[in-house]
Design a protein around this ligand. Structure first.
Ligand code: 5AD
Ligand code: SF4
Length: 418
């Protein structure tokens, strides 16, 4: 049967937009399809943060254009803003393009010109059940020198705290158990209630059994006092994702990150003093001008902060960014070498971090439950948990307690106790 197919690359914002579109299409009477050959509408939601994701999107676009034709394709997201011409060259002039700076309303309006959608409520809770994603700020004005997002997503647009609270309330009432608040640099959020901490404190006052957390924090716009206040909230998950990017002050300055390693260390002190909280980060390997010494101090920092998880990226030149104009590029072979050296260190750290929980009982949000007594979930501090349980299996979105028998670098393994 003919249906719609959505291909999503990149970040949580794209996941949220894709989930909203899928929901609107389903309500409009359209069925999802998992084969390009059978689809009558294809949506490609693109990411431009690294070149590889962009190339994948273009190659998928080429395939889709051959099978369904340009006029049945919506090409959206960051790459759609940056390289509309290449997309049209690949797919043909009938291609529907929506820029990455567009809000949900604009995206749905365009999708509605390709297939009928009927009435759509853009503020209804969505994302992959049981997690509702809620946008706080769209766009970015932090201008890290390697990053394409300020250009592809445009200046910051803030959702008022009243609207945020309304969406959170609706999500909880609709049965969502976890709320994820989103902003590229969420610590720059300012609205009618104050900043991020005031808004999260108001969310914490809502009735219901739910957890929440937020992405992504920026060390230059977050203070230890604010972090301590967040850590006291009742419903907050016990995890912070705080991108470090490099362990070298010299490289951090060239990245325009606006903090030093000492600032970062002061900021994460409350987390590292509290064994119930985890700390994860992003690191870019091979930023222009990164010397052996810069890399060595990055390795020291990764070990020193004992990150529970690290998202490692190889530096990728992005068009027209300040970093792309820097002359002293690191050779790709050296980037590969540093990447694999650091990868084995971060895998070791994740393994150690998970070992510590063996024998403990942890709070888990159930994300999947299978017949035969096997289930999967996420602990309150953000770890994957695979566990066995007796029938009846717990429902997706419920909270359970699991005793941990074993830990690996991928996560925890245990048995449900209640
Ligand atoms: N090259 C490599 N990694 C990048 N990131 C952003 N831009 C680039 C780039 N040009 C990484 C950063 C950021 C994460 C979302 O993607 O680590 O925190
Ligand atoms: Fe890019 Fe920096 Fe903005 Fe994050 S804070 S989206 S890395 S410019």
């Amino acid at each position: 049967m003919a249906g719609f197919l959505i291909k999503t690359f990149g970040c949580q914002f794209n996941e949220l937009y894709s989930a909203t579109i899928a929901d609107a299409l389903r309500r409009g009477g359209h069925q999802p399809s998992d084969s390009l050959g059978e689809a009558s509408l294809v949506i490609i939601n693109t990411c431009a943060v690294r070149e590889k994701a962009e190339e994948k999107a273009f190659s998928f676009l080429g395939e889709a254009a051959k099978l369904v034709g340009a006029s049945r394709i919506v090409f959206m997201g960051c790459t759609a803003t940056l390289d509309r011409q290449r997309a049209v060259r690949i797919a043909g002039r009938g291609l529907n393009v929506v820029e990455g700076t567009a809000g949900m309303e604009q995206v749905l309006t365009l999708v509605g010109t390709v297939v009928s959608l009927g009435q759509v409520d853009c503020t209804a809770p969505r994302s992959l059940f049981p997690t509702a994603d809620i946008e706080l700020i769209r766009g970015c004005e932090s201008y890290c020198t390697y990053c394409i997002v300020p250009k592809s997503r445009g200046p910051e647009v803030v959702v008022d705290a009243g609207e945020v609270l309304h969406r959170a309330e609706r999500a909880i009432e609709s049965g969502f158990s976890e709320l994820l608040f989103l902003g590229q640099n969420i610590n720059r959020y300012r609205s009618s209630l104050g900043g991020l901490v005031e808004t999260m404190s108001a969310v914490d006052e809502l009735d219901g059994n739910f957890w929440f957390w937020f992405l992504s924090s920026h060390p230059a716009n977050f203070t230890p006092e604010e972090l301590r206040r967040v850590m006291e909230l009742r419903h907050i998950e016990h995890r912070l994702h705080l991108p470090l990017q490099s362990g070298s002050d010299r490289i951090l300055e060239r990245m325009n990150r606006r903090y030093t390693i000492a600032d970062y260390a002061r900021l994460v002190e409350p987390i590292r003093e509290n064994a119930d909280w985890t700390l994860t980060t992003d690191i870019i390997v091979g930023f222009p001008g990164e010397t052996d010494d810069d890399f060595a101090v990055t390795v020291d920092a990764v070990r020193g902060f004992r990150f529970d998880g690290v998202f490692l990226a190889k530096y990728s030149d992005r068009p027209d960014t300040p970093a792309s104009r820097m002359q002293d590029k690191v050779p790709p072979a050296l980037i590969d070498e540093r990447h694999s050296a650091l990868l084995s260190i971060v895998q070791g750290l994740s393994g150690q971090s998970n070992q510590v929980l063996v024998g403990r009982c942890v709070d888990v949000l159930v994300l999947a439950a299978h017949a035969g007594g096997n289930a999967f979930g996420r602990s309150i501090d953000g770890r994957n948990v695979w566990f066995s349980c007796s029938e009846p299996a717990p429902g997706v979105g419920t909270f359970v307690n699991v005793t941990i028998d074993h830990g690996s670098r991928e996560g925890l393994y245990g048995t449900r106790v209640c």
